[in-house]
Every structure is written in structure tokens, then in C-alpha cells.
Design a protein around this ligand. Structure first.
Ligand SMILES: Cc1ncc(COP(=O)(O)O)c(C=O)c1O
Length: 400
């Protein structure tokens, strides 16, 4: 029988990665592991979101009116939430999608021909490779400089844009970045806007963690890219992080920038979204009520990350000066980066922690950190679980 060829873009490496293999072995041996990579908020007991989910059962969801960009009341609720934060936004510039991942896919389809380039931060979150590959887009990483508080290497951005010979279509920013937790500095945002506007590139700004700063932002940081912008700018967010509801499958994109470019983009996105009509009606109709509850949910998530950061800092302080483990400073988000001695590879540290101490952490290279010596932990697990496990991590690393 002839075999279908299948595409190159779906020829993934599906072999098990070393971390998954290690975990499978430990579990098969009956080990009770604490997962400090857990980033699924529905497993972390942060806030009771069940009443929000039950809003989807309302009878209003029984009728269907296909509206590609989203139900007007839902789009208005998203815009109003931006305005409440002091940011400029109007409903007719909001596009709903099933997730921010889907929104990335739509924006790549909107902006890129096959082989066009998109600039992405490095280190950052590892989904871009998959998203870009599915749209036949080439990614060009631009470095964030670790030694300088993850400063964006603007020279590298400019060079990457120019070397693409007119094929660089967008600059992606993750704001705050995952896992470094850095918000873009105001001066960086202005420079990036100028680079994009001068070359007809768009900015795609992933703000899924923007409402989770660790306290007041330093004055040199921008809180959001929503507002008047010189370049065509898409600000992405969604229920998955903002309301701890990834299972509801609703994300949003706010288009900002020059009116004519925004109008053209929205006109095209309307057709694109119409092709899929992927956002379910019940969640759209419940969105105003769901968003109305965001303050208490977000406060609970911020309290959780603050408590776990404090536990991490206490564990490091207890280990003493010679412990050679340090937490990298960050402005916000749901994880922390531990700097650990390079006497062992990241894989070795991870293996020791799983095998001898029953704790799962991520190696830094999962997020494209280019040097050994970093481990990444999620700040979402319940406080007691986190405190006990991070104590074990810090003392294991301290004792080498
Ligand atoms: C920076 C960032 N953007 C987007 C997403 C995905 O969000 P969504 O569930 O809306 O696709 C994640 C998920 O971890 C993320 O870390």
C-alpha cells in the first residue's frame, strides 16, 4: 500500500526527552515526585474558579450567531479591562481567538509569506518553534543580555531585521518574558517601535503575564504596549493566564498603531477568523462576567507567586553565603530562575534532583538559555509543597 508522504512541517522529533524519560523511570519505581515545573493553574489550588466555569452553562449559549472577530459584548469587555488599567483600547480593535497560541498562528498567516522571518527573544518560551514551523516562517532569535538584567540587544534586533533583506515581518516581544520575568523598558519599546515602523514590520507583544508583576514596576518599565503606537502592534492576552482558566479556550488580540494599518489588518483577520470560527459561544457570552472577577483571581495568583518567591529566598538565605545558588531578579510572571554552579550540566542537576530528592525542575536550556548553570521553577504550586521542595533543591545544589 502506498504511504501518504506527510509534510516536513509535521516531521517532529517525537522521541522522549531526557527529563520525561527520567520522570517515567522514577515514577515506575514508585517515587513520589514534587513537580516544580507545574504551570497549569487548574492543578495548583490558587482560587476557586468553578463558579466562573459554571457561567458557561447559561441558556443564552444555546443560540448561535457566527461573528468572526467575536461577540460585541465580549470584545467590549476586553477593551474595558484594558481601559480600567489606564490603557487606551476600543472594542472594534479587539479580536477573539481560542488562545494566544492560535492568535500567533493567525498573525503569522496575516504577515508572513513562506520563508519570511520573525524575530523572537532568546531565552523565551519554547512554543515559537512549533508555531513558526506550522506557518513556514523562519525564526531569528535576538538575545536578551543576562548580565544586564535581560536587556534587549537592540543592535542585534536591527541587524537581524536588515540582514533579512526585506523579509523580516515582525518582532515578537514577551512582556513580561517567560521565564526571565522582565518587562520591556520604556526606552527599549521606543527603539523597537522605531525599528519596526521604519521597515514596515509589526510588533507582536505577548502580554499573557502582564497582570502578574511582583509588586510595583520600576519606573523605567512599560506596563503594556496597549495604546497609541507608531508601528502596527498586536497585544496578546487571554483567559488562560489572566483568569487561570486555560480550559475555557479564549484569548484576545488588541490591534494598535496607525488607523489605516489597523483597519487593513482587522479586515483580513476577520476573514481569517471566519474560516475557523473557533471561539465557542458560551465562553464569549460569559466573558463580561468572567472578566469582572479578575481582580480577586489575579490577587490570589500574585499572593501565591509572592509567597513562593519569599520561600525560595529564605531557602537560599538558610543555605548561607557559600551555597553558590542565586535567584535571578525578575519583575513578574509565574517562574523563577535559579543560577546554579556549572560544575555539573543542567541535565545532571535535574537528574540528581529527581533521582535523589524527588523534585522536578526545568533545565534552563528548555527556554534556550545559552549557557549551563540555570534551573527554572514554577511559582504556582501550593505554598507548603513549594517551600518543602525548594528547600530540598537549594540544599541539594548547595551540597553539590
Ligand atoms: C509567554 C506565553 N504566551 C502564551 C502562552 C500560551 O497561552 P494560551 O493558552 O493562551 O495559548 C504561554 C503558555 O505557557 C506562555 O508562557
Amino acid at each position: 500500500m502506498a504511504r501518504p508522504p506527510f509534510t516536513r512541517r509535521t516531521a517532529w522529533d517525537r522521541t522522549e526527552n531526557p527529563l520525561s524519560a527520567l520522570i517515567a523511570v522514577a515514577r515506575a519505581q514508585g517515587r513520589d515526585l514534587v513537580d516544580l515545573t507545574e504551570s497549569n493553574p487548574t492543578r495548583c489550588h490558587i482560587a476557586d474558579t468553578a463558579p466562573l466555569v459554571s457561567l458557561l452553562g447559561h441558556a443564552r449559549g444555546a443560540s448561535y450567531a457566527p461573528l468572526p472577530l467575536g461577540h460585541p459584548a465580549a470584545r467590549e469587555a476586553v477593551a474595558a479591562a484594558f481601559r480600567e488599567r489606564g490603557l487606551m483600547a476600543c472594542a472594534d480593535r479587539v479580536v477573539l481567538s481560542a488562545s494566544t497560541s492560535e492568535a500567533y498562528g493567525w498573525l503569522f498567516k496575516l504577515l508572513c509569506e513562506r520563508g519570511d522571518r520573525v524575530l523572537v527573544p532568546s531565552p523565551s518560551y519554547p512554543l515559537f518553534d512549533f508555531l513558526a514551523r506550522l506557518e513556514d516562517v523562519e525564526l531569528v532569535p535576538y538575545p536578551l543580555v543576562a548580565e544586564e538584567g535581560w536587556r534587549i540587544d537592540l543592535g542585534a534586533v536591527e541587524r537581524a531585521a536588515d540582514e533579512a533583506e526585506g523579509r523580516a515581518r515582525a518582532i515578537v516581544l514577551v512582556h513580561p518574558n517567560n521565564p526571565t520575568g522582565t518587562f520591556v523598558r520604556r526606552a527599549e519599546s521606543q527603539a523597537l517601535e522605531a525599528i519596526a515602523a521604519a521597515r514596515g514590520m509589526a510588533l507582536i507583544v505577548d502580554e499573557v503575564f502582564a497582570e502578574f508583576p511582583h509588586g510595583a514596576l520600576p519606573p523605567d518599565r512599560l506596563s503594556s504596549f496597549a495604546g497609541e503606537r507608531e508601528a502596527l502592534t498586536f497585544v496578546l492576552g487571554g483567559l488562560s493566564k489572566s483568569l487561570l482558566l486555560p480550559q475555557l479556550k479564549l484569548g484576545w488580540t488588541l490591534a494598535c498603531g496607525p488607523d489605516d494599518l489597523v483597519a487593513e489588518a482587522l479586515g483580513r483577520l476577520e476573514f481569517l477568523a471566519d474560516t475557523y470560527l473557533s471561539v465557542a459561544t458560551p465562553v464569549q457570552l460569559a466573558l463580561p462576567e468572567i472578566l469582572a472577577r479578575r481582580h480577586s483571581i489575579q490577587a490570589a495568583a500574585r499572593a501565591r507567586t509572592a509567597a513562593n518567591l519569599a520561600a525560595l529566598d529564605r531557602a537560599i538565605a538558610r543555605a548561607g553565603e557559600e551555597a553558590a545558588v542565586r535567584r535571578l531578579p525578575s519583575d513578574g510572571g509565574w517562574c523563577a530562575i535559579l543560577e546554579v554552579p556549572r560544575t555539573r550540566s543542567e541535565d545532571e542537576w535535574v537528574e540528581i534532583l529527581v533521582r535523589d530528592h524527588g523534585v522536578i525542575v526545568h533545565p534552563g536550556y528548555f527556554f534556550d538559555m545559552d549557557r549551563e548553570g540555570a534551573l527554572v521553577v514554577s511559582l504556582l504550586p501550593p505554598e507548603e509543597t513549594f517551600a518543602a521542595a525548594i528547600g530540598r533543591v537549594v540544599s541539594a545544589v548547595a551540597h553539590g
